[in-house]
Design a protein around this ligand. Structure first.
Ligand SMILES: Nc1ncnc2c1ncn2[C@@H]1O[C@H](COP(=O)(O)OP(=O)(O)OP(=O)(O)O)[C@@H](O)[C@H]1O
Ligand SMILES: [Mg+2]
Length: 258
């Protein structure tokens, strides 16, 4: 059954919950008392000028850096209370999409999507590259979902940037992630490809109840593709509202004042 989540109603536990999170690098406070929540099927877009702390939030959620204060709760569990093994399992449930299409260029699209199944299959199969037929079917279905079934056997480095980002989305679908973290996923794309990638991301989030936290620099795209906009300035949340209530000039001010 496909979980259809109405992003305006939240009867469910949040997938991601940051409560008063502070992270310092030496004397620099990168984020200060940041709180935000992402529910199943909700697309939350982080906006804010360079240095505002967007990537720091992603690093805190993926467990790459430890926090100095506050709580990061993913899937209802406080990251600080998890054992190393539990943290590893938690990470597998989180799909990552980056600005630089982090695919293996010499592998074809299908191979890159199958990499999303790594956490699901036995190590010996991975070593022999003997993925079960069921995993290949999951990977092909994911490629089909992002409109790239005809590119399954094409090398990743011969695909356009937009196509590579859609392969990255297919990989997190194959991974069956319940949370996608996308740090500037469309920063290297032209406007048409950016829109295409964000609309696929939004559709799969809504269809499958996947929580998405995505940073962008384009305020117009944020208003069109986000369910909720969280704006940061100098590490502090200065706006946290449903996207449809946010007027263009309001967010432009956040950038101008930086
Ligand atoms: N490893 C680090 N060591 C020291 N300071 C850091 C480190 N990483 C980030 N910072 C500082 O933390 C602040 C927030 O950086 P961050 O990378 O989170 O910003 P950002 O919003 O992602 O910016 P951009 O839009 O340019 O990607 C900045 O002042 C940055 O210089
Ligand atoms: Mg960044």
């Amino acid at each position: 059954m496909t979980l259809v989540a109405d992003p305006t109603l939240h009867p469910t536990t949040p997938v991601l919950d940051l409560i008063g999170v502070t992270k310092r690098y030496g004397g620099t406070t990168a984020i200060r008392e940041v709180s935000l929540t992402v529910h199943p099927g909700e697309v939350v877009v982080l906006l804010g000028p360079s240095g505002a702390g967007k990537s720091t939030i992603f690093r805190c959620v993926s467990g790459l850096v430890s926090t100095d204060a506050g709580q990061v709760r993913a899937f209802g569990r406080d990251l600080n209370t998890l054992s190393r093994r539990e943290l590893d399992l938690q990470r597998r449930a989180i799909g990552l999409i980056f600005q630089q299409f982090n695919l293996t260029g010499r592998m074809n699209a299908l191979g890159n999507v199958l990499a999303g199944r790594l956490g699901h299959v036995a190590t010996w199969r991975v070593l022999l590259r003997a993925f079960p037929q069921s995993d290949r079917q999951i990977a092909l279905a994911a490629l089909d979902r992002v409109g790239l079934i005809d590119k399954a056997y094409q090398r990743a480095d011969s695909l356009s940037g937009g196509q590579q980002q859609r392969v990255a989305i297919a990989r997190v679908l194959a991974q069956q992630s319940r949370l996608i973290l996308a740090d500037e996923p469309v920063a290297s794309l032209d406007p048409a490809a950016a829109e295409n990638v964000l609309s696929v991301l939004r559709e799969v989030a809504h269809e499958r109840g996947i929580a998405v936290l995505c940073s962008l620099h384009q305020t117009d795209l944020a208003r069109r593709f986000a369910d909720r906009i969280v704006a940061l300035r100098a590490g502090v949340v200065v706006m946290n509202r449903p996207a449809h209530t946010v007027q263009g000039p309001e967010i432009d001010t956040i950038y101008r004042a930086a």
